[in-house]
Design a protein around this ligand. Structure first.
Ligand code: PMP
Length: 352
């Protein structure tokens, strides 16, 4: 068909499945097992439906202000998007606009190569070392931009702030994006480096540590000029991206810092306990600082385990891809959910 010659053809990102069973344990897409802050539910009930007649604030001003005050930056330094996927995708479009290849790790968030292909951005991947760490020397080659998650996904491995700064120092001529989707589970954010590096964009999300994946809220923090460029592209694409309820409820979530610290602390404690239990069962994994564990078993294959767990309505994430097909990414749920998972695994491993 002739018209098909002019179609932009892409291989889309494959999101984790979203099963909807009454009794299931869902540990496959790194959602928070706890509800959003109590004030969010209260406010959701009181939402004024008449306000939905009108377009929302295209600048998401109250949310930008709440985040600016929380992170101690100017409001001109904040960009809000519909999930961090939206922020990252617009950042690819805005900042990765060179003939040179952008760089990211070979094992990383599998949306990066999809956006690069979609926007026709050339890219090169840099192999992680045998312990799944980034080798900063790989990021000394000529490039058109750099992106990596910290902690990385799906490994959970955290890089030190020194390592992040080493990459920034070596790359003053391109934008460096640090995707901090999982930073609130024990990592150290690159935000303090913003004072020194105007080419840094830090991206975070409400989907994991703030328990609001369903509202789709993400944000980027950077130098005013850099955020200005991002806004120019956003406003050339779609003005009213974030709906009113997300804006209002997002502000409410930011207000309750005690709750935020309580749930992230609980997830970290559960993660550390589960690491010990998994080890006893013959699993090994890099030392995750995220809300998931990337585990492989000494004798049982990851695909076999994945299907066995699925059969029992326990959902984890598995990729049949080079380098990672021997591991399962297991989101940290509540203690009770993890106990069901561990009981299943104990029983299953015993049979082999
Ligand atoms: N970055 C990383 C590394 C992720 O794993 C995810 C979750 N899939 C995202 C960004 C996007 O999350 P969201 O769009 O829900 O903010």
């Amino acid at each position: 068909m002739k018209w098909e010659d002019n179609v932009r053809k892409v291989v889309p990102y494959v999101a984790g499945e979203q099963p909807n069973k009454e009794r299931m344990i869902k540990l496959n897409t790194n959602e928070c097992p706890y509800p959003p802050a109590p004030g969010v539910a209260k406010l959701a009930e009181q939402l004024n439906c008449d306000a939905l007649r009108l377009y929302p604030d295209a600048n998401t001003t109250p949310l930008v202000e709440a985040l600016a005050s929380y992170y101690g930056v100017k409001k001109e330094q904040i960009f809000v998007g519909v999930g961090s996927d939206d922020v990252l995708s617009l950042a690819f479009l805005t900042f990765f606009n060179s003939e040179k290849s952008i760089l990211f790790p070979d094992v990383t968030y599998s949306f990066y190569d999809v956006w690069a292909d979609l926007y026709r951005i050339p890219y090169r991947t840099c192999a992680l070392d045998k312990d799944w760490h980034i080798r900063p020397e790989d990021y000394r080659q000529p490039n058109g931009g750099i992106i990596f998650p910290n902690p990385n996904a799906p490994t959970g491995v955290l890089e030190s702030l020194d390592m992040v700064e080493e990459i920034l120092k070596a790359n003053p001529d391109v934008v460096v994006i640090v995707d901090e989707a999982y930073i609130d589970f024990g990592g150290v954010s690159a935000l303090p480096l913003l004072e020194k590096y105007e080419n840094l964009l830090v991206v975070q999300t409400f989907s994991k540590s703030r328990a609001m994946a369903g509202l789709r809220i993400g944000f980027g923090i950077g130098n005013e000029k850099l955020i200005g460029y991002l806004n120019d592209v956003k406003f050339s694409f779609n003005s009213y991206t974030m709906n009113l309820p997300s804006q209002v409820l997002g502000v409410e979530a930011v207000k309750d810092d005690a709750y935020f610290k309580e749930i992230t602390g609980k997830i970290v404690a559960t993660r550390e306990r589960v690491k010990g239990e998994l080890k006893k069962l013959g699993f090994s994994f890099p030392d995750s600082q995220a809300n998931f564990i990337f585990a492989s078993h000494e004798t049982i294959s990851a695909s076999q385990l994945f299907y066995a767990l699925r059969e029992a309505d326990i959902y984890v994430r598995y990729w049949d891809k080079p380098r990672i097909s021997e591991s399962l990414r297991i989101t940290v749920g509540t203690d009770e959910e993890m106990d069901v998972l561990l009981a299943f695994l104990r029983d299953y491993v015993d049979r082999f």
